[in-house]
Ligand binder design. Structure first.
Ligand SMILES: *[C@@H]1O[C@H](CO)[C@@H](O)[C@H](O)[C@H]1NC(C)=O
Ligand SMILES: *[C@@H]1O[C@H](CO)[C@@H](O)[C@H](O)[C@H]1NC(C)=O
Ligand SMILES: *[C@@H]1O[C@H](CO)[C@@H](O)[C@H](O)[C@H]1NC(C)=O
Ligand SMILES: *[C@@H]1O[C@H](CO)[C@@H](O)[C@H](O)[C@H]1NC(C)=O
Ligand SMILES: *[C@@H]1O[C@H](CO)[C@@H](O)[C@H](O)[C@H]1NC(C)=O
Length: 759
């Protein structure tokens, strides 16, 4: 622990960084709270921890791995369970596990690996009470059946269900990255095949890694050098190359060659092609490197155009930003095939420093796959590699140069959220262009959709997938079906990639800039595009790049009817107005004029609060949202309220004696002053103690400002009421208390202040 700077310094720092980053930061334009009619949820009594999925589109099933079971769900409706097979750890195994000091909860069989085999069987592995095991499952005639024989899952599947791991099946060979022992202290990257190969157990190879993602790239396809296919691995680990007073985590990309068989003497049965490089995602103002959390390979028929998308989160002590970076496969390949290496040198007796290796490299190039260069030297497979090359790789698997993202900057940066998973889709918009739509899961159970339009990153929406906040553990996408699947500890959900029906007007539909949605004027509906729709159809309206709404049919100028709200003298009245777009600014009008600046009007996230209403406050209130999209401003009436004086007997009551009134008022004022002083003292004490962080903006102006409508992590359960633009009739709050706690505090202190003039 190190001493924290005083809050005011932090504030200054934050203000400064805010202005610097603001240009890069995004917030989702729309927030879609949990709505059960948009989401299909699968959960099983007694089941849970759904973190493994295998999509089989041809068979129409989603195979889902959870705690002690595998389910086959209908790919079109995952609430329909087609089959299930339970695979429990044995009682004996559980007992041994708990005897070794593990919690009963951990000593179960968590399914962690589901891979399709060429013979349509499914390879499955589970943690099996800290004794990993693997086997085969058949899905035939609507039944799931598990083979009797299990094999040792050591090195293929983690022991510890909470440990990160990754694996990929390539031509019947399982490539896995996990820990190889009970303690989880021996990381391994292995290939389980006829010729088994694994990583060296050396900290220069893997140093307390957390494995994230593995996938193969068919780089042998039209390769002039007759290069080999490669398997890429993404992980984070403790850096060896920095002088840092603390352990510093860095992100890595590593790769091995598919044809690697290990060396003959040196690196026997070990990777001869294991190379790794730092993976950078340069988030502005972040002093510590961001940590990779998940990766998705967006494949192209030409592998050279394939792109790895990666989500990053900040590490402790750094700015609270999550980011997405994209890496071209060829740029990663260049670092490994052309870049320089790092080498350890011992300085000051025992301290090891990693510096650039500047001498000549042995031939063939260390870590290279067997290609034409090697063959020209008479080397046909990795067993023929000379010791010099092998020893180089054994000691220096780390590249000097880091892998940089496409465009040298993140695709997307957001504050106050934690990204956990990512999948990316290619979607053809009506303009004929194909765009890459990212779906990003968060630790609060939301998924965000973001699309890059020629360098302009648009975060279309965030959608709450689970009723209670919980991390998204897995995301899968069926492009063909336009469906997204997510798993968490409590359930698995299915949603459509486009929530088009939410957009009620052509304006809404077009301004959403969602490549999946278009306005159909004949049906007056925002519809989801099917792949065969195209611009030549002519009737559908969409303009994702420019958000041009000029082709929208005239909606007519039918003004919405105002909602009547009863005005009770002296009460506080809450008028709700929350525009759909988190990017819109809210303006209120009273009697068709801008709301006068007055302390009695308090603007907050959910709407407007009128304090101590008086008879002159009766009239028409209009809430207008103003949003700028692609340089054009859109003003929309979001809500209309007619404040109608109550036909109450308030005015009929006899006036109290002025002197009495004044006296009670003075007492009241003294009381309030005392309370205020007390409150201030309390606040000061709390701030001084650090219980309350200082707000960085001028606190005094707060009531006059509209708080940002978008809260980066929305409250867990958003009641439908709070998102209705036209609130129900019960908005009329006669009870003087706004639902918003913050507001009411403000009121109580403001309430009795400018009375003097009235007397
Ligand atoms: C699964 O199917 C394969 C071939 O289709 C068969 O050899 C094997 O016995 C089956 N296993 C089980 C458990 O049904
Ligand atoms: C399984 O899910 C429960 C919540 O249902 C959670 O508390 C637990 O940590 C999860 N275990 C694993 C291994 O993910
Ligand atoms: C055009 O789109 C509409 C609405 O989706 C559809 O009904 C119609 O069949 C399409 N026409 C053509 C020629 O694709
Ligand atoms: C609001 O009150 C007016 C009269 O004051 C009435 O004409 C109108 O119908 C009321 N509107 C609603 C929605 O009740
Ligand atoms: C509320 O306003 C009325 C006049 O508009 C004033 O007489 C009264 O003192 C105010 N009450 C409070 C608590 O501010």
């Amino acid at each position: 622990m190190y001493a924290m700077p005083p809050p005011s310094v932090l504030c200054l720092l934050l203000l400064w960084t805010l202005s610097d980053i603001a240009a890069h930061e995004r917030i989702p334009r729309n927030t879609i709270p949990y709505q059960s009619d948009l989401i299909k949820l699968f959960r099983e009594e007694g089941g849970g921890n759904y973190s493994t999925m295998l999509l089989q589109e041809d068979r129409g099933v989603l195979l889902l791995g959870g705690r002690e079971a595998v389910y086959a769900l209908d790919i079109d409706d995952i609430t329909s369970r087609k089959a299930a097979v339970s695979w429990k750890a044995t009682e004996k195994g559980k007992k041994e596990c708990t005897n070794k000091g593990k919690h009963a909860e951990e000593c179960q069989n968590y399914i962690r690996v589901l891979h399709e085999m060429s013979d349509s069987r499914i390879y499955v592995c589970g943690t099996n009470a800290f004794d990993p095991a693997c086997g085969y499952i058949n899905y035939t005639e609507g039944q799931l059946s598990m083979g009797e024989k299990h094999e040792d899952g050591k090195g293929k599947c983690p022991f510890d269900p909470l440990q990160r791991y990754s694996s990929v099946m390539v031509g019947g060979d399982l490539y896995s990255a996990t820990s190889n022992n009970f303690l989880g202290s021996e990381p391994v990257i292995a290939r389980s095949s006829a010729t088994q190969v694994r990583s060296e157990f050396k900290s220069s190879w893997l140093n307390e890694p957390s494995f994230v993602y593995m996938d193969q790239v068919p780089e042998s396809e039209d390769s002039p050098e007759q290069d080999d296919d490669k398997v890429y691995l993404f992980f984070s680990e403790t850096a060896v190359e920095y002088d840092f007073y603390n352990k510093l985590t860095v992100s890595r990309v590593a790769r091995v060659c598919k044809g690697d068989m290990g060396g003959r003497r040196t690196l026997q049965k070990k990777w001869t092609s294991f190379l790794k490089a730092r993976l950078d995602c340069p988030v502005p103002e972040s002093r510590l490197p961001h940590v990779v959390e998940d990766v998705f390979l967006l494949r192209d028929s030409d592998w050279r155009k394939s792109v790895f998308y990666a989500v990053f989160t900040s590490q402790p002590g750094s700015v609270d930003l999550s980011a997405v970076c994209a890496y071209s496969v060829t740029e990663i390949g260049d670092v490994f095939s052309k870049g320089r290496f790092k080498t350890p040198v011992t300085v000051a007796s025992s301290h090891v420093k990693w510096v650039m290796y500047s001498e000549d490299l042995p031939e063939p190039r260390p870590g290279a796959c067997i290609n034409n260069d090697a063959r020209a030297l008479g080397i046909e497979c990795s067993l023929d590699l000379p010791d010099k090359t092998l020893r180089f790789v054994q000691d220096r698997p780390l590249m000097d140069q880091a892998v940089m993202p496409r465009g040298r900057e993140p695709e997307l940066v957001e504050r106050g959220v934690v990204f956990t998973r990512i999948v990316v889709d290619r979607v053809k918009a009506l303009d004929g262009n194909v765009y890459e739509a990212m779906f990003i899961g968060t630790d609060k159970g939301f998924v965000q959709k973001a699309v890059n339009y020629d360098g302009e990153m648009v975060v279309i929406e965030e959608m709450q997938l689970f009723q209670t906040p919980q991390p998204i553990q897995i995301l899968r996408l069926s492009s063909k079906k336009g469906l997204l699947y997510a798993g968490s500890d409590v359930g698995a959900v299915q949603v459509s990639v486009g929530q088009c029906g939410r957009h009620a007007s052509c304006l809404d539909c077009v301004l959403a800039r969602d490549p999946y949605c278009a306005w159909d004027p004949s049906a007056s509906h925002c519809i989801m595009l099917s792949p065969q729709d195209d611009a030549s159809n002519g009737t559908l309206i969409q303009d994702v790049k420019n958000a041009d709404v000029s082709t929208c049919p005239d909606p007519g100028t039918e003004d919405p009817k105002p909602t009547n709200v009863t005005l009770i003298l002296g009460s506080n009245i809450q008028l709700k107005c929350r525009p759909d777009s988190n990017l819109a600014q809210v303006q209120w009008h009273f009697a068709s004029r801008p709301l006068p600046a007055s302390e009695k009007f308090y603007l907050y996230g959910e709407g407007l609060l009128i304090q101590n209403a008086s008879a002159t406050d009766a009239g028409l209130y209009t809430c207008v949202s103003e949003e700028e999209v692609k340089g054009r401003r859109y003003d929309r009436t979001e809500a209309l309220y007619q404040l109608v004086p109550a036909p109450s007997p308030v005015d009929v009551t006899p006036r109290t004696d002025k002197r009495v009134q004044r006296q009670s008022l003075v007492t009241l004022q003294v009381l309030v002053a005392l309370l205020a002083v007390l409150l201030a003292a309390l606040l000061a004490w709390n701030v001084w103690r650090g219980h309350i962080p200082l707000p960085c903006w001028g606190g005094g102006e707060a009531p006059a400002e509209t708080p940002a409508p978008h809260s980066p992590s929305p409250p867990p359960a958003v009641t439908p009421e709070t998102i209705n633009l036209m609130p129900p009739a019960n908005c009329n709050t006669n009870n003087n208390h706004p639902s918003n706690g913050e507001g009411s505090h403000n009121l109580d202190t403001l309430k009795y202040i400018d009375d003097e003039s009235e007397i």
